[in-house]
Design a protein around this ligand. Structure first.
Ligand code: TXA
Ligand code: MG
Length: 340
């Protein structure tokens, strides 16, 4: 049984967690994006436990979490002033920076033997308190089984990893609900390796033209993790482009049950007999949709439905990360709306 470490406010639990990390244990921790599965980033055995618990391919590097920018000098090359400016602006918060790796303090399996490392300073008060007390960097991918949606609630971590990890620090549901933006800063202009709630526009409000305009010439994903199918429930998932409002004739085969994930304001268009999960209050409530997406996918995954339809949102800077995750979950099955 995986222990629920839900009272870490008490110094007693904090001491237990710190000791567990020192002994190479791995623990689910809350962050503002999604829950992470954390272990000592310097300890190859701890890192091996993370890969094993998640069943994660060994060529997919982990994100290293820190409490203080000063920690970076131990394992990354001196920071470019542009990177420093972005860190000052967005940290602590939902963005990871890929930087050139220095020395051998970090376990090489944590970075999948690459010569770069993704780093992040989370803002979640509990995650942050933990990083401060522990004192060393914690490598932490999302705390889901590989291929499942990332956990936005501690109960999701228990669903996926019960019995495979030392414990999970139980806190409230994640406020963003999608994984951090990953920005590759190993060459200039920088490139977004994974879209997140901090957008190109947000970055360029701070530093003009800091993000490259073109995809890599060979069209390979920058983040190895982006090449895998992801975030998927076991049933077929179909995006309704243009939204439910413009697609009122959803069909399922005889004897099959349909699930629909869409905004509350489109409930009236849900076909009779379908299982409806409200994704957000209105069709413009993108942040709320992002926060609820993975829990909705997990709930449908566990349900009796045979096929899932999910609302598509109009394409803009604010919906980019949301639609990126929805499309990854579908394997690209789309219904075109009459208008959108
Ligand atoms: O919000 C988040 O980022 C969460 C929380 C726990 O911090 N973490 C997370 O980690 O989403 P993970 O492992 O699920 O996703 C990390 C992504 C993967 O796509 C991985 O390939 C990419 O970052 N990545 C990590 N290090 C990299 C590197 N050196 N070069 C390129 N991509 C890297
Ligand atoms: Mg992940």
């Amino acid at each position: 049984e995986t222990g629920q470490l839900d009272t870490i406010e008490t110094s007693e639990k904090m001491d237990e967690i710190k000791t567990a990390f020192e002994y190479g244990e791995v623990i689910g921790i809350p962050t503002e994006t999604v829950y992470g599965l954390a272990g000592d980033a310097r300890n190859p055995e701890a890192i091996q436990k993370i890969f094993a618990a998640k069943n994660r391919p060994g060529d997919n590097p982990l994100i290293v979490h820190i409490y203080d920018v000063a920690q970076l000098s131990e394992f990354t090359e001196p920071l470019d002033v542009k990177v420093e400016t972005l860190m000052e602006h967005f940290w602590p918060g939902p963005i990871s920076f890929i930087l050139p790796l220095k020395g051998n303090m970090l376990a090489s399996n944590a970075v999948a033997e690459l010569d770069s490392v993704a780093v992040r300073m989370p803002s979640h008060p509990v995650g942050r308190a933990l990083l401060r007390e522990v004192g060393f960097p914690l490598a932490a991918p999302s705390a889901n089984l590989s291929g499942k949606p990332s956990p936005t609630d501690y109960s999701h971590v228990i669903d996926d990893l019960n019995g495979k990890v030392y414990g999970v620090v139980a806190s409230e549901p994640a406020t963003y609900g999608l994984e951090s933006t990953v920005l590759d800063c190993t060459r200039f202009p920088y490139r977004i390796a994974r879209p997140g709630s901090i957008t190109r526009e947000d970055l360029e409000d701070v530093l003009e033209e800091v993000v490259g305009r073109h995809e890599s010439a060979d069209n390979q994903p920058i983040a190895p993790g982006m090449k895998y199918k992801h975030y998927a429930p076991h049933q077929p998932l179909v995006v309704i482009e243009g939204g439910l409002r413009n697609n009122t004739h959803l069909q399922v085969e005889e004897g099959q049950k349909m699930g629909v994930i869409a905004p509350e304001t489109t409930r009236e268009y849900v076909p009779e007999g379908a299982q409806f999960i409200s994704l957000c209050s209105t069709e413009q409530a993108y942040r709320e949709a992002a926060r609820n997406l993975y829990a909705a996918l997990r709930k449908m995954d566990k349900s009796e439905v045979d096929i899932i339809y999910i609302q598509g949102f109009p394409k803009n800077a604010e919906t980019e990360a949301l639609m990126n995750r929805i499309y990854k979950a579908t394997g690209n099955e789309i219904i075109k709306g009459e208008s959108s």
